[in-house]
Design a protein around this ligand. Structure first.
Ligand SMILES: Cc1ncc(COP(=O)(O)O)c(C=O)c1O
Length: 444
């Protein structure tokens, strides 16, 4: 198939430079295991699990079969005032994997909806307890929580926010970022130890400024994924948990990227030994094949919302989506989670993560423009100095170069990230890393 076989006039591509794309289209028409086939018949390694989704690799037959069977059994059913068997089963399976008493699952369809849902649960929970004045949120610089107005407001990536200024939620503040490039340029499967306590800013400035009794929730990605795989200082999440507990503030972990195996554990909450009050998920829960997201809430949130004097016919939480708990998506989730378990894929992600991290540090350290390397779990990032005056250009050019040579890498500005499917083998890692190294040299 040639470029001219596509009419590109109608699809407006998301988070993509559309004008340049038309000159150099990248179109997938097939996928299997670790690879895509492109419209012009080339094989491309999926080095990013198609945006952190495809943990088990592409075209996994048990998942496809579960979807087909579900379509022939119950294709869809309304989610309001009724439910379906697969939604209950999927909720049970997901709650069973989550730590502590994270037991109540609210389904939605994406990470963005999950973030907005979690923020709304926080407000509703506090109001149900007679603390409706707790209506402020705290996020973090460079955080990404999707593109809904709630997630965008607590998010901290400037380019995602700047156009929407006055429409962002008004009562939001942001903690400082978790990376110190001077002290910790290279992080290789360890938790960086900081000399200073960066959460003192939250305790001594942000909370007193707004009064902690007005704060509904703090939301963070345990690892800042979209910004470029930035790892929290040692003890950071535990201390954040303690501060939230001290002030009755809910702690939300956005695990849309880290959930379901990326760190070799079910969730980052398990990896770091910290249980949040809510945990959002999406992406890898269905291996990416069908949209499904959700929020797992601790029992106390659900219980508080059910403890109401309203008559029983009254809805307790006015929120939900037409496709919440879609039976086909939930069937896909059940098959995916089963496949992860059958093949021990989370443990494999942990093991292959070390291979990926070793390859990153041994290959990229000392290469032209490399100013940082970070690896943990099955993801690694190499950070490059930007071209003066055109930040992001070097990263984009390297991404294009790698694609032409058969490797899909994720550019986050001038940070290049790999987060391959958990089925990745050493030969794929070698190909990915060598291709990226050549492209870094070519764009020096
Ligand atoms: C941490 C995090 N939260 C939320 C989202 C948004 O998810 P979606 O694109 O499914 O809305 C993403 C997407 O990458 C993410 O990485």
């Amino acid at each position: 198939m040639a470029d001219k076989d596509f009419n590109m006039d109608n699809q407006w591509l998301p988070f993509t430079p559309n004008r340049h794309f038309r000159k150099e289209p990248r179109v997938f028409v097939g996928a299997d295991g670790m690879h895509f086939t492109t419209h012009d018949g080339r094989k491309v390694v999926d080095g990013i699990s198609s945006l952190w989704c495809v943990g088990a690799g592409h075209r996994r037959l048990p998942i496809n079969e579960a979807i087909k069977t579900q379509l022939d059994t119950l294709d869809y059913a309304t989610a309001f005032q009724a439910s379906n068997d697969k939604a209950f089963e999927a909720a049970e399976a997901i709650a069973g994997m989550a730590p502590g008493d994270l037991n109540r699952v609210l389904f939605c369809n994406s990470g963005s909806e999950a973030a907005d849902t979690a923020l709304k649960v926080a407000l509703a929970y506090h109001r149900a307890r007679g603390e409706g004045h707790r209506n402020m949120f705290i996020g973090r610089e460079k955080g990404y929580h999707g593109v809904g107005f709630g997630g965008m407001s607590v998010g901290g990536i400037p380019s995602n926010r700047k156009v929407f200024g006055t429409s962002l939620l008004p009562r939001v503040d942001h903690m400082r970022f978790i990376h110190d490039p001077a002290a910790h340029p290279y992080i290789h499967h360890q938790e960086p130890v900081w000399q200073e306590d960066i959460l003192l800013e939250l305790e001594n400035r942000i909370l007193p400024l707004h009064d902690p009794a007005n704060v509904a929730a703090v939301i963070v990605e345990p690892i800042a994924g979209s910004a470029g795989w930035y790892l929290p200082p040692k003890g950071y999440l535990k201390r954040l948990r303690e501060i939230c507990d001290k002030h009755g503030i809910l702690l939300i972990f956005d695990e849309v990227i880290t959930g379901f195996g990326r760190l070799g554990t079910n969730f980052a909450a398990d990896f770091y030994g910290v249980v949040p009050d809510m945990l959002t998920f999406a992406k890898a829960v269905t291996n990416g094949v069908i949209p499904l997201g959700g929020v797992i809430c601790r029992d106390k949130l659900y219980d508080a919302m059910m403890k109401t004097d309203a008559p029983e016919h009254v809805i307790e939480f006015f929120h939900g989506y037409t496709y919440s708990g879609h039976p086909v998506a939930c069937a896909a989730a059940l098959a995916t989670l089963d496949l992860y378990k059958q093949e021990g894929l989370f443990a494999r992600a942990g093991e292959m993560g070390k291979v990926l991290g070793d390859a990153f540090h041994s290959t990229f350290k000392g290469m032209p423009n490399v100013i940082g390397i970070r690896s943990l779990g099955l993801a690694a990032a190499v950070e490059l100095a930007p071209i003066a005056g055109t930040p992001g250009k070097r990263g984009y050019d390297i991404f294009l170069d790698c694609f032409k040579k058969g490797v899909l890498v994720r550019p986050a500005g001038d940070v290049l990230v790999f987060a391959p499917p958990y089925i990745v083998e050493k030969q794929h890692i070698d190909q990915m890393v060598n291709t990226l190294a050549d492209a870094i040299k070519a764009n020096a």
